[in-house]
Design a protein around this ligand. Structure first.
Ligand code: SAM
Ligand code: SF4
Length: 454
């Protein structure tokens, strides 16, 4: 590491799309002459890529950036940047709570980021850029500094959302739906494959409504294009909207071996009445029918979902219908959230808001219930063989594993069904595909042994 270059610290809050965006911003900072530091106290520039989806995430961003108001290093305070969804939502208002903020960079202003950084270095301050942009800016630096996992990478294929679910702030902070050019996507993935990446996750707020080349290339078409990239063994995608789970897409998932045997399909509620008031554009029955069609085509597919509990007006009977749906579908994983009222959204103005305690109680009841289902689904893997893409050494090796195994390293990988599997091996390396016999299952992971023939 050079001693002379100024240092940048990039903090990411929120979803996978934010992780991808942070890689782009880190790459642009590299272009502007910065090198990355993992210690914010050593940084000459601190950037927080923010999330506005729930109140808590927004507060986390304010609290993190608030730490940099005073002098830090070399008698100076660092340049401080708020980027992403909270920046887009708050605009100039961000200065009221963070007077020391130097740049408020909206979700569609990344193409102008380098110019703004140069202006900051030249002494300008309090820049706000939350202007919209019709197109997704292409040609971002691909070898960004912030990348940790090289085996598996995210690629955003579309931005924005026009579904206007009544609880959700995304359409107001991410703008209209815009799909990237399919050739630019394939070119980016070819570049990643060339640098050793084996798994790609295609990202979008509503990934399966992708419509490239002015609607001529569907998401199913894109999956076929990406599957032809040499070196890429696995393709995942998130997040899919149930209304866009077409038969064409189900066929593509069945046909393309590289597409992993897992789908994240947020249902949000098991009550048709709540789904209507959420403006989700499907009812309980339609969701269940799509799941059946999917399971008919791909019988062993692993499923995960998102749930919001405590939406305004949610009755005990509505909540029971959600619990009943979890029991019917038996998802492999559920990401559940207590409803959080967000500015701009219609649901925030609904009169029948639930109190925080009721939301928390329902959330805990649901999570306890799902944990048993997840464990049961994981136990069903015991005795089976699964192939994992090795990601690296397990961050927290299991106690006593060295004694019980002749190998000294504990590695982990992810199965096609998106299960984390730990195993002992001195030979495996990140990027390998290894077949494991599953010998134990836990609520959040599996334990396997390398098959002899491997
Ligand atoms: N586009 C995706 C979809 O349609 O399901 C989801 C995107 S959103 C970033 C991720 C999840 O956050 C949603 O599926 C929903 O469960 C949750 N979420 C969104 N707004 C929320 C709110 N106001 N309160 C609680 N959870 C919320
Ligand atoms: Fe938000 Fe609904 Fe769009 Fe998902 S589909 S990002 S929940 S508005």
């Amino acid at each position: 590491m050079s001693q002379d270059k100024p240092k940048a610290y990039v903090n990411t809050i929120g979803c996978q799309m934010n992780v991808y965006d942070s890689q782009i911003l880190a790459g642009l900072l590299q272009n502007a002459g910065y090198e990355q530091t993992h210690d914010p106290d050593l940084a000459d520039l601190v950037l927080c890529n923010t999330c506005a989806i729930r109140h808590k995430a927004q507060e986390k961003a304010y609290s993190f950036l608030g730490r940099f108001a005073g002098t830090r290093i070399k008698g100076k305070r660092p340049l401080t940047i708020m980027a992403g969804c909270v920046a887009q939502k708050e605009k100039e208002k961000a200065f009221a709570r963070l007077p020391h903020l130097d740049l408020v960079l909206g979700t569609q202003a990344f193409g102008r980021f380098e110019t703004h950084v140069k202006a900051l270095i030249a002494g300008e301050t309090r820049i706000v850029d939350t202007a919209p942009s019709e197109n997704i800016f292409e040609g971002f630096p691909k070898d960004a500094l912030a990348v940790k996992i090289q085996v598996s990478r995210f690629v955003t294929i579309m931005q924005g959302c026009e579904n206007f679910c009544t609880y959700c702030v995304v359409p107001y902070v991410r703008g209209k739906e815009r799909s990237r050019n399919p050739h630019a996507i394939v070119e980016e993935i070819e570049g990643l494959a060339g640098s050793g990446v084996r798994e790609i996750t295609l990202l979008g707020q509503n990934v399966n409504s992708y419509a490239g080349n002015n609607g001529q290339v569907s998401f199913a078409d894109l999956l076929y294009l990406v599957s032809r990239v040499d070196g890429i063994d696995r393709i995942r995608f998130a997040t899919s909207h149930p209304k866009d789970l077409s038969m064409d897409l189900i066929r593509a998932m069945k046909d393309i071996d590289k597409v992993c045997n897992h789908l994240h399909l947020p249902v949000q509620s098991g009550s048709s009445e709540i789904l209507k008031r959420m403006n989700r554009k499907y009812d309980r029955d339609t969701y269940l029918k799509r799941i059946s069609a999917l399971r008919q085509a791909c019988p062993d597919i692993a499923l995960s979902t998102d749930i919001i509990v405590g939406f305004p007006g949610e009755t005990i009977s509505d909540f029971q219908q959600t619990m009943d749906l979890l029991e019917t579908v038996e998802f492999d994983a559920v990401f559940a959230f207590a409803y959080s009222a967000r500015s701009f959204t219609p649901a925030a103005k609904f009169s029948n808001q639930l109190d925080e305690q009721t939301k928390r109680d329902r959330l805990n009841t649901l999570l306890d219930f799902q944990e048993k289902i997840t464990e049961k689904k994981n136990k069903a893997f015991v005795g089976k063989k699964v192939t994992v893409l090795v990601e690296g050494d397990s961050p927290k090796p299991r106690d006593g594993f060295v004694k019980k195994n002749k190998n000294t390293r504990q590695m982990f990988g992810r199965s096609g069904a998106n299960k984390i599997v730990h195993f002992a091996s001195d030979q495996a390396a990140g990027g390998d595909l290894v077949t494991l016999q599953i010998i134990n299952a836990y609520p959040h992971s599996l334990w396997g042994e390398v098959c002899e023939s491997d």
